[in-house]
Design a protein around this ligand. Structure first.
Ligand SMILES: Cc1cc2nc3c(=O)[nH]c(=O)nc-3n(C[C@H](O)[C@H](O)[C@H](O)COP(=O)(O)OP(=O)(O)OC[C@H]3O[C@@H](n4cnc5c(N)ncnc54)[C@H](O)[C@@H]3O)c2cc1C
Length: 390
């Protein structure tokens, strides 16, 4: 049996280990004391493990990257759900097509299901082992208890994660090692994160309060959902999907998001509701809550707001300038990492075909809603299949 080394004990590394253990001697190296720490964090707010959207609607969430599309077509939500069921983790489709472990199954139990299976299959797990660089033969050097050693395996899979929530072990500190062997990396940036907005005190008093069922758009991207006012700006499931457009606009010089406070009503329908309402009753006529009114008042030019004749349009287009994205440390995920043009179709590195890469350490992006973990599992599985074929 030839041996495979997998460095990084998150979901991408673990699914690959499970797959390869049928045919190979598998060693998993993880710098932390335990496996899957970010996976457990992801589960704190409900472990949204994949999404049941189908076909192009599903694939478009990952952009046009052919490599990612191949991985998702080979091992998509149906296959992931079947794999989890095989580990004793049945799943169900919740709201907005999000897929979760059956009610009552905790994230720690999902992780245990995976690690128990690895144990049964004889996978050797080496915790407290940190990847610290490559030797002259491009073999990974590991550090454990102050001592360094080289991994001499025919194939090595790296699944080192992105750079958000560094306390989970996903620090992104490894990019310099790949640069040192000629592999290009892209600087990490926050994704699926809050946006920074200069908020007046009139809005900040509503920090922590959600604006429910609103529309948010930036550039070409429009979404419906919930936004929470924070001390620094706005965040929530209707903000995360527009972050790539916000990032692009910030890079170009200036960004704004547009909030539709009444996405179920047309401007004409709003006008209709306003026409008989006295000035003081206008907000009540539209059933706008206080945080929504504070946003509307702050971001509508004063004269226009007082004049009131354009209120219907203004309610549907609250234009909010964004000054930046929240720091990487707080983000749910990152873009950046190994540049996609460095990766061969099978998930190996073009320059070093014995090294494979998978998961969030690569420069792809997807919104929350289960798309992240699906992409991570799919690329881990694709790399494992390619290693097995070799
Ligand atoms: C708050 C939060 C909520 C989230 N919620 C969801 C959700 O509901 N749905 C969803 O799809 N996704 C969610 N995610 C994202 C998801 O958790 C990640 O995309 C996923 O964990 C990435 O998997 P990975 O295996 O690529 O990397 P990681 O899970 O980051 O694992 C990488 C591993 O590599 C190890 N490592 C790093 N460097 C070294 C080194 N030098 N040597 C040895 N080991 C190393 C790390 O310690 C880590 O254990 C969430 C993330 C966060 C932070």
């Amino acid at each position: 049996m030839s041996s495979v080394a997998i460095i990084g004990g998150g979901p991408a590394g673990l699914i690959a280990a499970e797959q390869l253990a049928t045919t190979h001697e598998v060693h998993v190296y993880e710098q932390g004391r335990t496996l899957g720490r970010k996976f457990l964090v992801a589960g704190e707010g409900g472990l949204n493990i994949t999404n049941s959207a189908e076909g192009e609607e599903f694939l478009q969430e990952y952009g046009p990257t052919p490599w990612m599309r191949r991985a998702l077509e080979a091992f998509g939500p149906t296959e992931l759900r079947a794999w989890l069921a095989g580990l004793g983790v049945p799943t169900y489709v919740g709201s907005s097509r999000r897929v979760f472990p059956e009610r009552g199954i905790k994230p720690a139990e999902v992780l245990k299901g995976i690690t128990e299976r690895l144990k049964q299959k004889g996978v050797v797990v080496h915790t407290d082992h940190c990847f610290v660089g490559f030797d002259d033969e491009v073999r990974p050097i590991m550090e454990h208890a102050g001592k360094r050693s080289v991994i001499d395996a025919k194939s090595v899979l790296f699944a080192l994660g992105g750079a958000s929530w560094p306390k989970t072990g996903s620090t992104g500190a490894w990019t310099e090692h790949f640069e040192s062997i000629g592999v290009n990396t892209v600087p990490f940036r926050a994704s699926n994160c809050g946006v920074e907005v200069d908020l007046s005190d009139a809005i900040r008093v509503h920090a922590g309060k959600p604006l429910k069922n609103i529309g948010v758009s930036c550039g070409e991207r429009s979404v419906r959902g919930e936004v929470t006012i924070t001390d620094h700006g706005l965040e929530g499931n209707a903000i995360y999907p527009v972050v790539p457009s916000v990032r692009e606009a910030l890079d170009a010089g200036a960004a704004e998001i547009i909030i539709d406070l009444k996405p179920d009503l047309t401007a004409e329908q709003i006008d209709d509701k306003l026409k008989d309402a006295a000035w003081k009753e206008r907000m009540a006529a539209l059933r706008l809550d206080r945080p929504s009114v504070a946003l509307l008042k702050t971001f509508t030019p004063f004269e226009r707001y007082v004049d009131g004749r354009t209120m219907a349009q203004d309610v549907k287009q609250v234009r909010i300038p964004v000054t930046g994205l929240r720091p990487i440390e707080e983000a749910i995920s990152t873009v950046g990492g190994i540049a996609l043009d460095q990766i061969a179709p099978d998930g190996s590195l073009v320059m070093h075909p014995h090294l494979f890469v998978a998961g969030e350490m690569l420069d792809w992006d997807a919104p929350t809603g289960g798309f992240l973990l699906q992409g991570v599992f799919s690329t881990g599985r694709m790399a494992a299949d390619a290693i097995a074929k070799r």
